[in-house]
Write a protein that binds this ligand. Structure first.
Ligand SMILES: *Cc1c(COP(=O)(O)O)cnc(C)c1O
Length: 384
């Protein structure tokens, strides 16, 4: 057996991506050029068309610009699950608004709409559900909740390309915007990168402006236009969040491979599910029949009768050379969020209890069968 360490995650980059990035470098367009709009169009098509896709340099930037485009600002509150990465909440603070943390469903670890309803006030303007681990939040439940409370929805889809709920691809639903991540460990990658998908042409137009300094047109548009290429106007105080052409080149290849890579992750998840059925582990919920799960993460939960608690399990796995991770340390347990909201574990009973027993096992499309079997054998060795 391979004695080297198996990392928790590795990107799935092949010769095609390397060739595409090399071509992009040779083209002379090192910032945003012709490949960015091509990537955007192809991504919009992958979300079923009828949406606009705006490329940015991270999902964090995408969440920030999407909420900004919807008018989120001082005096407003935005509902965010405590079970997420800090980016989902930090952008709300940067807009001068208040993230209000919500507990999660014990099965899916998605935002708990019952707890969310209790936390709606007359200042609440939006909700940011997270499609945790790649399993889509129920599109019907989300729409019901948002309609009942008249809230804008920005979906954090950092884990969930490609995925679909009730036949609707994540990104193609009724939400104001959906934001994907192309960070190195996500299901498709551009190194760093993200995409905002929206059905609202005004939101798309505003983000195209705010992602690049508030210019009325970007460098590539100026290059192609009849107006002199030095002439541009600043129409907003924008940000600097545009994606580069070499990144878009990588993204175009990854997009072509997305379904094959998803199928491989699903196959590995199926192997884990069979292999771990007899162990003292709660396995991830399979989701409703017909839904498509992106399988970004395979999160197991240690039962109380297991030989090790979570920390002991991660330590033993590491000792045997297999990297694991934990998703997520709930936001209310981080110093900043705890102190800011004077938050305690008893306000989030589900997230606090589940955090103590969750582990994410290695699951990435570039895993070989031998590496998958190594995870299986090592988990058995630790727990038996
Ligand atoms: C990775 C991640 C983000 C941030 O994505 P970036 O592209 O790194 O900015 C946001 N939300 C969740 C849930 C994530 O896992």
């Amino acid at each position: 057996m391979d004695e080297s360490r198996l990392p928790f995650a590795l990107p799935d980059i092949g010769e095609e991506e390397i060739a595409a990035v090399t071509d992009a470098l040779r083209s002379g367009w090192l910032s945003s050029g012709p490949l960015v709009p091509r990537f955007e169009q192809r991504f919009a098509d992958a979300c079923g068309g009828r949406v606009g896709a705006v490329a940015v340099n991270s999902a964090t930037a995408g969440l920030h610009l999407a909420l900004e485009a919807l008018g989120v600002g001082p005096g407003m509150e935005v509902l965010v699950p405590t079970w997420t990465f800090t980016a989902t909440a930090e952008v709300v603070v940067h807009l001068g608004a208040e993230p209000v943390l919500v507990d999660v469903d014990p099965d899916t670890l998605h935002i708990d709409f019952t707890d969310a309803a209790r936390k709606v006030t007359d200042r609440t303007v939006a909700v940011v559900p997270v499609h945790f681990a790649g399993q889509p939040v129920s599109a019907a439940d989300l729409r019901d909740f948002a309609d009942t409370h008249r809230l804008a929805v920005v979906e954090d889809a950092a884990h969930s390309f490609p995925a679909s709920s009730q036949g609707i691809p994540v990104g193609a639903g009724t939400s104001a915007a959906t934001v994907f991540s192309f960070y190195a460990t996500k299901t498709i990658t551009t190194g760093e990168g993200g995409m905002v998908v929206t059905r609202d042409p005004d939101v798309a137009r505003r983000i195209r402006t705010t992602r690049l300094h508030g210019f009325d047109r970007d460098g590539f548009a100026r290059y192609r236009s009849d107006r002199p290429s030095w002439r541009y106007d600043v129409v907003e105080a924008g940000w600097k969040c545009n994606l580069t052409d070499p990144a878009a080149a990588m993204g175009l290849v990854q997009l072509d491979r997305a379904e094959a890579m998803r199928a491989r992750r699903q196959e590995i998840a199926g192997r884990y599910r069979n292999a771990f059925a007899d162990l003292p582990l709660d396995l991830p919920p399979p989701g409703p029949a017909g839904d498509v799960h992106a399988w970004h993460l395979f999160v197991v939960r240690l039962r109380s009768e297991a030989l090790y608690d979570r920390d002991g399990f991660v330590r033993e796995m590491s000792r045997l050379g297999v990297g694991c991770s934990v998703h997520f340390i709930p936001l209310h347990q981080h110093t900043y969020w705890r102190d800011r909201g004077r938050l305690t574990d008893d306000l989030f009973p589900v997230a606090s209890a589940e955090f103590a027993r969750v582990v994410s096992l290695p699951l990435f499309s570039a895993m070989t069968d031998d590496q998958v079997e190594r995870v299986v054998t090592t988990v058995h060795k630790v727990l038996q």
